[in-house]
Design a protein around this ligand. Sequence first.
Ligand code: NDP
Ligand code: ZN
Length: 176
Amino acid sequence: MSTVTAELIDALAFAAHKHRDQRRKDAQASPYINHPIALLRVLAVEARVTDRLALLGALLHDTVEDTQTTEAELAEQFGADVAAVVMEVTDDTTQPKARRKELQVEHAPHLSRAARLVKLADKTCNLRDMAVHPPVGWPLERRREYFDWAVRVVAGLRGTHAGLEALFDQAAAGRP
Ligand code: NDP
Ligand code: ZN
């Protein structure tokens, strides 16, 4: 397993604080922070990724999109390079939901390597959740559409990390 660093622990504490009032959409209303932790597990433990930017980016990836966190705040706490990775995986919330999903497909091939690693882990974790602990009230067809969209996003991320892509493919094989 890769080395656990002080800045990783600090990023985990930072994200836990930022997401403190949020829950996942599953029936158990899981603590939101379990999702960034799941990305870290996939990257560091399952895929043996050691890239500092990817591991920090994974823990912080939803802070700007889903909380009041700003890029400047991340840059001050963790450095401009880490903040830039988080911004790369942050949707433009001024766009309508359907457009945001298409933009993810279009942007995927242009992301930095660290951002591609974070995206691969994020889609893997969301498909695992979608198969086992899906969002409350999502009919089968909506869950299937989510799988199909994630596969389209990941098509633009291929050639980044074979082991991670294999983990995604295993998750995608769980399409309901
Ligand atoms: P959301 O983006 O709102 O929900 C999916 C996201 O929720 C995931 O990407 C993940 O994001 C997060 N999430 C939280 N809990 C879970 C969990 N337990 N399992 C998996 N993911 C979880 O919804 P959609 O992706 O569906 O986006 C909305 C789109 O859906 C629109 O384009 C709209 O047109 C369409 N739509 C379709 C309907 C249908 O029945 N087919 C009905 C309504 C809308 P993160 O990693 O960021 O936390
Ligand atoms: Zn996420």
